[in-house]
Design a protein around this ligand. Structure first.
Ligand code: S3P
Length: 419
């Protein structure tokens, strides 16, 4: 038998797993999280909240967070280590800004070069005391807890991390805090805070929160991560003779841009067992397809921002030209994903050019194996691992272990579908 076959349940959604630990820590009572993502990023979040006195039990696939309420955190006795995780850094900063203690947070080399002014600016507007210790707008950060003021913030970027940071700080403010973004970004914070009992109101691209909510512990089943499913969607579409079923994948409309673009490229993907309760999910039936190029830009970008490396690889295999635009945010992810995609796809023989806010790919050129540099970016490593299963010749990935950030069993899951 050729091609990829079988069923796969991808690990839990990374964004939702982070938030479940954070909000569970700030809720009263025990939050039970099922299908939690045990990737390094989410483990960083657990470790930070443990250092602030929250008892978090972890068994295989389940996490119990014994929350102490909105004002139950205690001062950590050491620096909070956020590892490689931008979500941990930016969301936790919103929480820390309103505490009655001071602390420092720091992470790896990648985190120390990622922009934090985007959260320092709105938090300062709310009266927070947050400082980049090296004065370069990046971590390490020092946050001295303060009484916060309500504010409205017009964010120049469509970023769920910025939006969530402001909303979380808003829980500790003296009135209603709101944030407007240029395009709607993922709304997991809004949905989950309301599920815990907060009052978050969303109108168009503005979300506002009432202060001092009483958050009550809840059970959470984390859907499969569409950002992880993306690699298998691509592998199934590109490998001839494939038919795979990806079970229980999150299809929240603020995250489903990959599905919309796949369709525009001619993909055969059927949604089965759609469940619209809270965070919507579906099983995705993916069959080999002949893909053609498309334009990816505008309001869909935040809904597929993490899937662009995989989409760029797909575009290189597709017929015709793909233009990716309005995606300058790619430059400030775990790596500069525009430069790194151009570098690595060029090594494989693709016709790809960087632009200021994306890339242009003329697909259909014969691609070959190459030495790929992941730049320790998990999404780069996984995208090229998929490419490596399709091309002739060996493909090696420098720093390929970084998949443990979001998908520790990635290589074995990819292998299993091809057996
Ligand atoms: C995330 C938001 C996105 C995304 C990241 C996870 C989140 O980042 O790229 O992987 O969980 O809120 P931005 O908010 O910076 O766009």
């Amino acid at each position: 038998m050729t091609g990829l076959h079988g069923e796969l349940t991808v690990p839990g959604d990374k964004s939702i797993s982070h938030r479940a630990v954070m909000f569970g820590s700030l809720a009263k009572g025990t939050t039970r999280i099922t299908h939690f993502l045990e990737g390094a990023d989410c483990l960083s979040t657990i470790s930070c909240f443990r250092k602030m006195g929250i008892d978090i039990e972890k068994t295989d696939g389940e996490v119990l967070v014994h929350g102490k309420g909105l004002h139950g955190l205690s001062a950590p006795s050491e620096i909070l280590d956020v590892g490689n995780s931008g979500t941990t850094t930016r969301l936790i900063s919103g929480i820390l800004a309103g505490q009655d203690f001071d602390c420092e947070l720091n992470g790896d080399a990648s985190i120390q070069s990622r922009p934090m002014k985007r959260i320092m600016t709105p938090l300062s507007l709310m009266g927070a005391d947050i400082e980049s210790i090296k004065g370069n707008g990046c971590a390490p950060l020092r946050i001295r807890g303060k009484k916060l003021h309500a504010a409205h913030y017009n964010s120049p970027v469509a970023s769920a991390q910025v939006k969530s940071c402001v909303l979380l700080a808003g829980m500790y403010a003296d009135g209603i805090t709101s944030v407007t973004e240029p395009v709607l970004s993922r709304n997991h914070t809004e949905l989950m805070l309301n599920y815990f009992g907060a009052h978050v109101n969303s109108i168009d691209t503005t979300a506002s929160i009432e202060p001092e909510p009483f958050l009550e512990a809840r059970d959470i089943t984390v859907p499969g991560d569409i950002s992880s499913a993306a690699y298998f969607i691509a592998a199934g579409l590109l490998t001839s003779g494939s038919e795979i079923l990806l079970k229980n994948v999150g299809i929240n409309p603020t995250r489903d841009g990959m599905l919309r673009i796949c369709k525009a490229m001619g993909a055969d993907i059927t949604l089965l067992n759609v469940n619209d309760d809270g965070e919507p999910t579906a099983d995705l039936l993916v069959r080999t397809s002949t893909l053609h190029g498309t334009t990816i830009g505008g309001s869909v970008i935040p809904a597929l921002i993490d899937e662009i490396p995989m989409l760029a690889v797909m575009a290189a295999f597709a017929d015709g030209t793909t233009i990716i635009k309005d995606a300058a945010e790619l430059k400030v992810k775990e790596s500069d994903r525009i430069a790194v995609m151009v570098e690595n796809l060029s090594r494989m023989g693709a016709d790809i050019t960087a632009t200021d806010d994306g890339m242009i790919i003329h697909g259909g050129r014969p691609l070959h194996g190459a030495e790929i540099d992941s730049h320790l970016d998990h999404r780069i490593a996984m995208s090229f691992a998929v490419a490596g299963t399709i091309v002739d010749g060996p493909l090696s990935i420098l720093g390929g272990d970084c998949v443990n950030i979001s998908y520790p069993d990635f290589y074995s899951d990819l292998y299993k579908l091809g057996e």
